[in-house]
Ligand binder design. Sequence first.
Ligand code: MG
Ligand code: MG
Length: 268
Amino acid sequence: MIFLKTDEEIELMREANRLVGMTLGEIAKHIKPGVTPAFLNKIAEQFIRDHGAIPSFLGYKGAPGSIDFPGAICASVNDQVVHGLPTEYELKDGDIISIDCGTELNGFCGDSAYTFCVGEVSEEVKQLLRTTKESLYKGIEKAVAGNRVGDISEAVQTYCEKRGYSVVRELVGHGIGRKMHEAPEVPNYGRHGVGPLLKKGMCIAIEPMINMGSKNVVFERDGWTVRTKDFKPSAHFEHTIAIRDGKADILSTFEFAEAVTGDKPVII
Ligand code: MG
Ligand code: MG
């Protein structure tokens, strides 16, 4: 079942998502060679709690038999696609790290992700990051009432594949509201004109996971980490948005992260 949100509920969602954006900015300040994902996780959890919210990823139930998620952020390095654990790995010059963060504030959830460079990253990898971020906004452009989920999916897929990258199939975006994961699923691949109809008041997380090499991924034995099968890098950017009659209303924000990294914002 897809829950439509009232304007008041969307404003509460904006607060939860703004806090995620602020948290990504806070984390960005600390990303450099020598720092560990575990340290970044500590910063994130404290920051979220200091703002009166709950880190919604912490304790999240995974697949049967796997541990509950042990962090406030997912930290996925290089060939890790998503759901990386906040480990004691020391970041090094040339790495990339995708930080996915979720909050619950006033009963509503925020969810957003950004892929950061550690020190000097190769131009080839930077291009993967730029394209993935741009593809997110290509999807957002199609996220208007009257369109279908497949319009978003095709826009993301076409943009990335035209540039020689591949789209992960096993993981998708999602509806979001009082729960972090609600209906509908929002794949990053598909065909325009198919899938659920987008209606005013729907809130969804759009989150392209884009690989430099092949689209194939493997699930690590820790029960969480997803990485590329060919060990080539993968990028992940995510916004939570509300569907309106006109342009989509982006509830999360990269402004705090981009203020730290100097990355160029995508304007649509
Ligand atoms: Mg997320
Ligand atoms: Mg998500």
